[in-house]
Ligand binder design. Structure first.
Ligand SMILES: Cc1cc2nc3c(=O)[nH]c(=O)nc-3n(C[C@H](O)[C@H](O)[C@H](O)COP(=O)(O)OP(=O)(O)OC[C@H]3O[C@@H](n4cnc5c(N)ncnc54)[C@H](O)[C@@H]3O)c2cc1C
Length: 468
């Protein structure tokens, strides 16, 4: 299994991967399977990055397991193992509850077409055209349109439909109506093919199974290994400095935040002025806040759905969704079936948040605001679980500051960078020989599926660079 610290590492590897998020993990595994020697360095004590969990009392809380698209089955089967992909199952109870509509859906194409033509009374042709349009959207023919403009073309003036189509995706990747339509089209189509999926056994089992697979494939996996510097010799990347030690490598892949990688870790002089200023201009995606609620042993929650997209805002409004004055929350309800053999329930409430709203609060104000968020969340949850105040025995809040602390992401970003981060990430190895980046960027390369798939793409680039 993973070793703490860097004692006993080799002098040189074909590739050093910085960070064990899903992008870094998948990249490392793919390279090892291709016969490369790989060192995976994670600064935290646990692998997984944002795909993480934590234990409190007798509870296990999943942080980012609200759901992912069906494509995860294929990716995990192909690049990890059948045993792991065999545990992925569909979540069927997706609920919306807001002032504009209340409904339950399996969140797949068939059900959405039924909803749009039936309940929302859009004609069949328009719905078919919309689905055909988003399905055909391709990164290479981005027409520069925004998500808002796309909706206006197909569903003019229908802010109820905008909410239905947009709210879950905003939770899933932080995107807004002002982001490129292409980013929406790709992510929405991924979910719409078959719905929302989860991993039976929870995030802890998932990441532990990945770790076993990495070790079996020969990856040298190190935790508590903080990379401080990426070394550039004037011509190419030659290694890293980690926990004060220099380790050489034929290539380096960073799964750390794109801006941190290029502006903080990489040696000065490696980037041209133009590439550097383009990197500086990349906008960071938003962060999250969450409230974790553990249910007492012996207590039960009646089935209320798996994912509840709730809002008290009159209409879909990105600014309100990000506001510290929370109006929109996704409740993820984890029933005992998630971890068979354990009769445990937990609920995680998630909202999109801005780092700057939490960053500079005094400690006293920070604690008070966290408490207020927890209490307000229980108030909202009482609508679905009326006795929640008497049946919970653990209540805890994470803010953008928490996400920053555990992953070192700039501003605690939950979903990497905005769209303009993609060419910087993709072209990095053309700018600096031997240096690659993988992980959440540009909305489409984020979430569990996007990050894992990007790990594969980058591993193939690294393999080509290393040659025979
Ligand atoms: C609250 C929340 C809920 C989410 N829910 C979902 C969901 O339901 N479904 C979904 O698909 N996605 C979800 N996501 C998004 C998803 O979890 C992420 O997009 C994805 O896991 C990111 O993977 P990544 O490869 O970009 O790496 P990250 O997870 O960002 O990991 C990067 C890793 O690099 C490490 N690192 C950084 N700097 C260094 C350094 N200098 N040295 C060594 N290591 C370093 C970090 O510690 C971290 O482990 C959620 C995210 C959040 C925050």
């Amino acid at each position: 299994m993973a070793v703490r610290g860097v004692k006993g590492v080799k002098d040189k590897y074909d590739c050093i991967v910085i960070g064990a998020g899903l992008g870094g993990l998948t990249c490392a595994n793919r390279l090892a399977r291709a016969g490369r020697s790989v060192l995976l360095l994670e600064q935290h004590s646990q692998l997984g990055g944002l795909a993480t969990w934590f234990r409190r009392k007798n509870h296990i809380f999943d942080v980012a397991l609200h759901g992912f698209p069906v494509g995860m089955i294929k990716t995990v089967r192909k690049y990890w193992s059948k045993d792991i992909s065999g545990r992925i199952v569909q979540l069927k109870g997706i609920r919306f509850d807001n002032p504009q509509f209340q409904l339950q859906t399996t969140y797949d194409k068939v059900d959405f077409i039924k909803l749009l033509t039936g309940r929302f009374k859009v004609d069949q042709q328009t719905v078919d055209n919309f689905f055909a349009h988003v399905r055909a959207m391709n990164f290479y023919d981005d027409d520069g349109r925004t998500v808002g403009e796309l909706f206006e073309e197909f569903f003019p003036g229908r802010d109820d439909i905008v909410r239905l189509l947009m709210e879950p995706i905003t939770y899933a990747n932080g995107s807004t109506l002002n982001d490129p339509a292409i980013s929406y089209g790709i992510v929405f189509s991924n979910f719409m093919s078959k719905g929302v999926f989860t991993f039976i056994g929870g995030t802890d089992l998932f990441i532990n199974m990945l770790e076993e697979e990495l070790v079996k494939n020969g990856v040298d996996v190190r935790t508590k290994a903080l990379v401080e510097r990426i070394i550039y010799d004037g011509d190419k990347i030659t290694g890293v400095v980690v926990n004060g030690e220099t380790i050489r490598a034929g290539s380096v892949v960073s799964n750390a935040n794109l801006k941190t990688t290029l502006l903080d870790l990489l040696d000065d002089g490696a980037l041209s002025g133009k590439f550097r200023s383009e990197t500086e201009a990349v906008r960071i995606n938003n962060s999250s806040s969450q409230v974790y609620i553990g249910i007492k042993e012996g207590e039960k929650i009646e089935p209320i759905g798996d994912l509840l997209f709730t809002s008290v805002a009159e209409k879909f409004d990105t600014a309100k969704m990000l506001s510290k004055d929370v109006t929109s929350r996704t409740f993820s309800v984890y029933y005992p079936e998630l971890r068979p053999g354990q009769d445990k329930y937990t609920i995680v409430s998630s909202s999109n948040s801005r780092y700057e709203d939490w960053a500079d609060l005094s400690e006293e104000q920070y604690q008070a605001d966290k408490k207020a968020l927890a209490e307000d969340t229980l108030d909202r949850l009482e609508k679905y679980v009326p006795n929640i105040r008497s049946i919970h025995d653990h209540l805890e809040v994470a803010t953008p500051r928490t996400f920053k602390r555990y992953t070192l992401h700039v501003d605690g970003s939950s979903f990497g960078t905005k769209f303009e981060g993609l060419p910087i990430s993709q072209d990095l190895h053309k700018e600096v020989a031997g240096l690659f980046h993988t992980g959440s960027v540009a909305i489409i390369m984020s979430g569990w599926l996007g990050a894992a798939n990007y790990g594969v793409i980058v591993a193939n680039e690294v393999d080509r660079y290393l040659g025979v």
